[in-house]
Design a binder for this molecule. Structure first.
Ligand code: C2O
Ligand code: CU
Length: 547
């Protein structure tokens, strides 16, 4: 095993990813940042220098479990103090499983300013994938806003509430195209011929097979991705092999990664469109475009065909169906424990708390204390957060998931769920109507520190007696991020066997920002000595290296 050492400078820079100039957070000058390549078992070291001048920052390694290094998970307020401007912080962790992962800022709404990138972990020497391909490529999909993240954050936490709205464009590997003529803007701000916003292009050699790693780090949008004239065979999801199935369009939710195989077997004298479009919300954003370039055509030669539009936004049935189609690959099945020790139900709700608008679970909206949980618990700093655990479920009998709640009021809490070490925990995500009549949204739930088995998806109210009988205990996929479909439920199982403190939250940034998440603790007494570099804020002031 090797050490992969990286040195990153994180900065604000004026960039035009979709032709519209705004402040973007870059790593070493780029957004997306550099791809981390590693081999299973390697140690990654990233020294991050915060050159944002005015903001703290943390970076999360999305899908990496951080066994033995919970302080490197990068969730500000949960596992570390933010890196203050001018400081350098060293993340160090092992990558224990081959596959496709991500990294992104995890402080405030900084992910949405472009601080993200991809992690690719290859198999150990002598081990090969259970599928064949000639080349490996990757793209990250994103939705893009012209308002600064600070202005979005202030709007979300104000009365009157200012919603972020629909994104201005969709980016494929950091490139999109905003229609500059649609909104008047000062000279030089929007320029469609800026080379920074020329479409992303992937060059393929006719006849070859490509493994395309597709990830989404959208702020809000659920997406569909498609390639004109090419079917995609899904083979990997969040670092686990999938029993292969073929799709024309791939639905992908924020925080998910997939590998698909494509064969460059179409007429080679031209290029083909790759497109992404918004599903599950009434779209108000033009589709994202990129080019599949057949060598030796010019990489930026636009196909003269109409780009594939993708499926209609409000048809949930194919999205449920695709979720259900994702199963563990034969020969690579890790069987889940047959039963669980604890079941926690998370009703996804929108609430008002003192007139402020929040997303919540079980009517409790979560807040982060100024002393990170990991440090508070390990160093027994006493009552720096709410000691009452949040609710284990909701009023199943009386709550009507199909209508706006009679009582919209919720509370805030920074209490956490303490899980008994090495027990098996089931999580039922239950969707419901929002505060808008006849509306239920899609959420994408992501668990830090673990992969979970996806035992099932369903529609309506989850029935604790009937529905577990239909769990897939035979070949459930393991993932770290799953969708919760409108008016539906999603059932997960995981083993609480990773000592540390772990966030579990909706990956939709304005949802998380307004409180849609929880925190789990397990085996805190087994966590090793904390590095002092994670300290310095809240009650740990003076514990760190900072004066
Ligand atoms: Cu990719 Cu806590 O998130
Ligand atoms: Cu959400």
């Amino acid at each position: 095993a090797r050490i992969r050492y990286h040195k990153w400078d994180v900065k604000y820079e004026l960039k035009s990813p979709d032709c519209y100039k705004k402040l973007v957070i870059t790593i070493n000058g780029g957004s997306p940042g550099p791809t981390i390549f590693a081999q299973q078992g390697d140690t990654i070291i990233v020294e991050v220098t915060n050159k944002l001048f005015t903001d703290g920052v943390t970076i999360h390694w999305h899908g990496i479990q951080q066994f033995g290094t919970p302080w490197s998970d990068g969730r500000g307020g949960v596992t570390q103090c933010p890196i203050v401007p001018g400081d350098t912080f060293k993340y160090e962790f092992k990558v224990e499983r081959a596959g496709t992962y991500l990294y992104h800022a995890h402080y405030g709404m900084q992910r949405d300013a472009g601080l993200y990138g991809s992690i690719q972990v290859s198999l150990p020497d002598g081990v090969s994938e259970p599928f064949a391909y000639d080349y490996d490529r990757s793209i990250i999909l994103d939705d893009w806003y012209h308002k600064s993240i600070s202005e979005q954050a202030v709007g979300l936490s104000s009365i009157p509430f200012v919603w972020v709205g629909e994104p201005q464009s969709l980016l494929i590997q950091g490139k999109g195209k905003f229609d500059c003529s649609s909104v008047p803007s000062p000279a030089g701000v929007c320029n469609v011929s800026n080379p920074e916003c020329s479409p992303y292009s992937i060059t393929v050699i006719p006849g070859k097979i490509y493994r395309l790693r597709v990830a989404s780090l959208t702020s809000l949008s659920s997406l569909s991705f498609q390639i004109e004239g090419h079917d995609m065979t899904v083979v990997e999801a969040d670092g686990h092999y999938v029993e292969p199935f073929v799709v024309k369009n791939l639905f992908i939710y924020s925080g998910e990664t997939y590998s698909v195989l494509i064969k460059a077997d179409q007429e080679p004298s031209r290029n083909y469109w790759m497109t992404t479009n918004v599903v599950s919300r009434p779209p108000n954003t033009t589709n994202g475009l990129a080019i599949l370039n057949y060598y030796p055509n010019h990489p930026l030669q636009s196909p003269t065909t109409v780009p594939p539009h993708g499926p209609i936004w409000n048809d949930t049935a194919p999205r449920f169906a695709q979720s259900l189609a994702i199963k563990a690959r034969q020969g690579f099945i890790l069987a889940p424990p047959p039963t669980s020790d604890r079941v926690i139900v998370f009703l996804n709700t929108q609430n008002l708390v003192n007139g402020y608008f929040h997303w919540s679970v079980n009517n409790v909206s979560y807040t982060v204390p100024d002393t990170p949980f990991l440090i508070a618990l390990k160093l027994k700093l006493g009552h720096v957060f709410d000691q009452t655990p949040p609710p284990n479920g909701y009023d199943f009998v009386n709550y009507d998931i199909y209508n706006v709640a009679k009582n919209k009021n919720g509370t805030t809490s920074n209490g956490i769920y303490r899980l008994d070490f090495k027990t098996t925990v089931d999580i039922i995500l239950q969707n419901a109507n929002t505060m808008t009549p006849n509306n239920s949204e899609t959420h994408a739930w992501h668990l830090h520190g673990h992969d979970f088995w996806v035992l099932g998806y369903g529609t309506g109210k989850f029935d604790m007696y009937k529905d577990p009988k239909n769990y897939n205990l035979v070949n459930p996929i393991m993932k770290n991020t799953v969708p919760l479909h409108p008016y539906g439920w999603t059932a997960l199982r995981f083993k609480a066997d990773n000592p540390g403190v772990w966030a579990f939250h909706c990956h939709i940034e304005p949802h998380l920002f307004t409180g849609m998440g929880v925190v789990f603790e397990e085996g805190i007494d087994k966590v090793g000595d904390l590095p002092s570099s994670i300290m310095g804020c809240g009650r740990t002031r003076g514990f760190g290296r900072r004066p």
